[in-house]
Design a protein. Structure first.
Length: 145
């Protein structure tokens, strides 16, 4: 486990203390593996006293150099109840012998009439392929609760 993450977990999350003046809470998940072949994941459940949330996102890239790619992912957590944006990162499907990376930051929350909100996102993939190229992508996240 990354030493900084471990320190944050031990000092702040387990004891419920502030991190850089911001109250945080969460839990640490251990994969159960042994030795160097195991992992830990830190899941934050609140930041600054507010619960955090994520969104799903998916879509199909533009058709370029004779093919397109599909993608699916989940945004990084962000605080609930205040205006915010989410970071996102995923890989495209493996098509035409390669894949691309999709990453960026969503637009601000767009509140829905019946509650919850969505975010718009768009961008250009990383360069890859037998003939080096990119694809365009855009869409909306799933609604929040």
């Amino acid at each position: 486990m990354n030493f900084l993450v471990y320190r944050i977990y031990k000092k702040f999350l387990m004891k419920g203390e502030d991190f850089m003046g911001i109250p945080v809470s969460g839990y640490l998940y251990h994969s159960g593996g042994k030795g160097p072949y195991h992992s830990h994941r830190l899941y934050l459940t609140s930041w600054g006293g507010r619960p955090v949330h994520t969104h799903n996102f998916s879509g199909v890239t533009s058709f370029d150099v004779g093919h397109k790619h599909m993608y699916i992912g989940r945004t990084a957590p962000a605080p609930s109840g205040v205006q915010h944006r989410h970071r996102y990162f995923t890989f495209t499907s493996f098509d035409d012998g390669h894949k691309h990376v999709i990453r960026g930051v969503t637009g601000p929350a767009i509140y829905l009439p019946n509650g919850g909100h969505i975010h718009k996102f768009c961008g250009i993939t990383t360069v890859n392929g037998r003939i080096p190229h990119t694809h365009r992508y855009y869409g909306s996240t799933s609604p929040s609760d």
